[in-house]
Design a protein around this ligand. Structure first.
Ligand code: BES
Ligand code: MN
Ligand code: ZN
Length: 499
């Protein structure tokens, strides 16, 4: 994939296909003149298409335009001008470029029309939307790929502008979107092709390619790190667990902030002895999407050469009901020393994270820890399928993440960790128990995790709502979404630019 910027006007060598975004208000009278020129003064023909009202998600795709114009032309609705957000551009670009590609355009251009944001921001959002929309997971299909795929996105400028800014934004957009796709590939892969050992090989290979430091601990090495909770969960499966530890920007350690990213890497969650119903159990291959997000994010951080010390940590194992599996009522010690009574072996994510968080906190003394996990069904009940749960102890980071979530479209919403949630995970026979019962399950899970960060500033993102989609969307097909990657990369980028 390429993303290029060019200055062009009607009459120049036309792009193969052109996307033009329009607000609802743009359709009230004749089209804006810079748009009209592209359609050869044929505004009326477009305005008469009753089905296209410029609503967010609406696309009108047509062609050829004749008189030396682009072969295909697509209009994508941005909704109402008064409700404008940058993510609407991303979504309109996804919908419009998706349709152009489906119509055989492999090198669509986007007309960079004036919007209530910087042109460079719009260019970035357009590139992201286009690449996200082009994603298909066909690693295990014998049949040939679809005839037309996206090769290049052009940003077409009607007026002279500062090209350097726009080119840089397009480059960032391409990297961010490609990292989202990398996370999707990991999420969509079948569990027998992404065992904890496979993920270790993936991380090693990726890290070598990107100049990232990478250690993969397995079997006895994990034992040596003293991670009794993580190993407890892993014991239910014959697949050996791995702990992935990647580091970007080690040279900044001590001079710039150290940020630790911790991702839940359950490559399949059967529930263990507290086994899940068979229906939809196959979806639990997505239970490693937290790990996928932190791997994709650290790769993106390296590609963007962010000047931060970033550590990505992913405890990876299966949660299966083997002969050595945990049992309800078992009692485990944690790496941090506290004891945990197992109420449900299906609340395994918080167990492996407890040890991984503690490892992150003591080994790297980070100025911020962010964990991502498909942790609770309760969070899906609370927030639906488009917003991740945001918890934690660092109020500044929480505000910033909420804002970055709106800006990237990778949305998060704050949920509380209150006294009653801590109360809920107090143990009867041990210090803690691993399930807080029926109510407030996302918050009791977060309260449990808060015991393992050794007082470090900490954010927990419950991505169970967002990590996979049950339907095809303009910004990607059903399956893994890469949730968290855009959020993390933009958050890290802003932190890296802060003094
Ligand atoms: N991986 C699941 C959480 C999950 C459920 C994610 C549905 C996405 C959709 C997690 O390991 C789990 O099973 N959580 C339990 C916790 C309970 C036993 C306290 C849950 O949410 O039911
Ligand atoms: Mn579970
Ligand atoms: Zn799980």
């Amino acid at each position: 994939m390429e993303a290029t910027v060019r200055r062009t006007s009607p009459g120049d060598d036309p792009p193969q296909g052109l996307l033009v975004w329009l607000f609802e208000e743009d359709l009230e009278s004749s089209l804006p003149s810079e748009v009209d020129r592209w359609v050869g003064g044929d505004s009326d023909r477009i305005l008469s298409r009753a089905e296209f009202r410029g609503r967010l998600g609406d696309v009108l795709e047509m062609g050829p335009c004749g008189n030396g114009g682009p072969e295909r032309l697509a209009f994508a609705g941005l909704g109402k001008r008064s409700e404008y957000e940058i993510d609407h551009v991303r979504r309109a670009a996804a919908a419009g470029i998706g349709r152009l590609v489906a119509a055989g355009v492999s090198r669509p251009a986007v007309l960079l029309r004036d919007l209530p944001c910087l042109p460079a921001e719009a260019a970035r959002a357009a590139v992201e939307g286009g690449i996200l929309s082009s994603y298909r997971f066909d690693e295990y299909k014998q049949a040939p790929r679809p005839k037309c795929t996206l090769e290049r996105i052009e940003i077409a400028l009607a007026e002279p502008r500062d090209l350097a800014d726009i080119e840089e934004a397009a480059r960032v957009g391409r990297i961010v979107a490609e990292q989202v796709l990398a996370a999707r590939d990991l999420g969509n892969r079948p569990p027998n092709r992404k065992t904890p050992v496979h993920l270790g090989e993936y991380a090693t290979e990726m890290a070598a390619r990107r100049g990232i430091e990478c250690r993969v601990f397995t079997g006895a090495q994990v034992e040596a790190l003293r991670m009794p909770c993580f190993l407890g969960v892993a014991r239910g499966s014959a697949e050996p667990p791995t702990l992935l530890v990647l580091e970007h920007g080690k040279k900044y350690r001590g001079r710039r902030p150290t940020i630790a990213l911790v991702g839940k890497g359950i490559t399949f969650d059967s529930g263990g002895i507290s086994i899940k119903p068979a229906e939809n159990m196959e979806l639990m291959k997505f239970d490693m999407c937290g790990a996928a997000a932190v791997l994709a994010a650290i790769e993106g951080a390296a590609r963007l050469a962010l000047d931060l010390h970033i550590v990505a940590i992913a405890p990876c194992c299966e949660n299966l009901p083997g002969g050595k599996a945990l049992k309800p009522a078992d009692c485990l010690e944690t790496r941090a020393g506290k004891t945990v009574e197992i109420v449900s072996t299906d609340a395994e994510g918080r167990l492996i994270l407890a040890d991984a968080l503690s490892y992150a906190a003591t080994e790297f003394e980070p100025s911020l820890i962010i964990d991502l996990a498909t942790l609770t069904g309760a969070c899906v009940v609370a927030l639906g399928r488009r917003t991740s749960g945001l918890f934690g102890t660092d109020e500044d980071a929480k505000c910033e993440l909420a804002e970055v979530g709106r800006w990237t479209g990778d949305r998060v919403w704050p949920l509380p960790i209150a006294e009653d949630h801590h109360e809920g995970v107090k143990g009867d026979t041990a210090d803690l128990k691993n399930s807080g019962g029926k109510w407030g399950g996302a918050s009791t899970a977060a309260a449990f995790l808060s015991n393992f960060v050794h007082g470090r500033p900490w954010i927990h993102l419950d991505i169970a709502p967002t990590a996979w989609s049950e339907e095809n969307r303009p910004e990607g097909p059903k399956g893994a979404t890469g949730a968290g990657v855009r959020l993390l990369l933009e958050f890290l980028r802003r932190r890296s630019e802060a003094p």
